[in-house]
Ligand binder design. Structure first.
Ligand SMILES: [Zn+2]
Ligand SMILES: [Zn+2]
Length: 127
């Protein structure tokens, strides 16, 4: 069973978003994307727009990046911070999986248009 890289000893739950299986933490609402799932990231983000956050919740997030070391849920590699078109995300150097936490999902919501315009940056991760 895959564990959340943020929460202690919380197992990720497989959920289906737009026909793709992703792993979601029921405690912190973080989501782990396997490499092959990246192609649907924009569609997933659009789904988040409808279900995730109210605008006033976004304001509560800190702008500063919290320093932390996370292990990939799939293979336990230490995940690296990558700047993807202005968004810092945790990317596994081994399997290219991506972890998005609650705050990062909110950031994505704010700049969804930015993601769509920079889709090539995201897909480049899979190569
Ligand atoms: Zn968690
Ligand atoms: Zn990995």
């Amino acid at each position: 069973m895959r564990k959340c890289p943020v929460c202690d000893d919380v197992s990720l739950v497989e959920v289906e978003l737009q026909g793709e299986e992703v792993d979601r933490c029921p405690q912190c609402n973080g989501i782990y994307f396997d490499q092959g799932e990246l192609e649907s990231i924009v569609e997933m983000i659009q789904l988040f727009l409808s279900v995730q956050l109210e605008e006033n919740e976004i304001d509560t997030f800190e702008a500063s990046e919290v320093s932390r070391q996370m292990k990939c849920p799939a293979d336990q590699s230490i995940m690296e911070k990558r700047d993807l078109g202005g968004h810092v995300m945790d990317v596994c150097p081994t399997c290219k999986g991506i972890w998005l936490d609650d705050r990062e999902i909110a950031m994505l919501k704010i700049t969804e248009y930015h993601i769509q315009q920079n889709l090539n940056l995201y897909l480049r991760l899979g190569q």
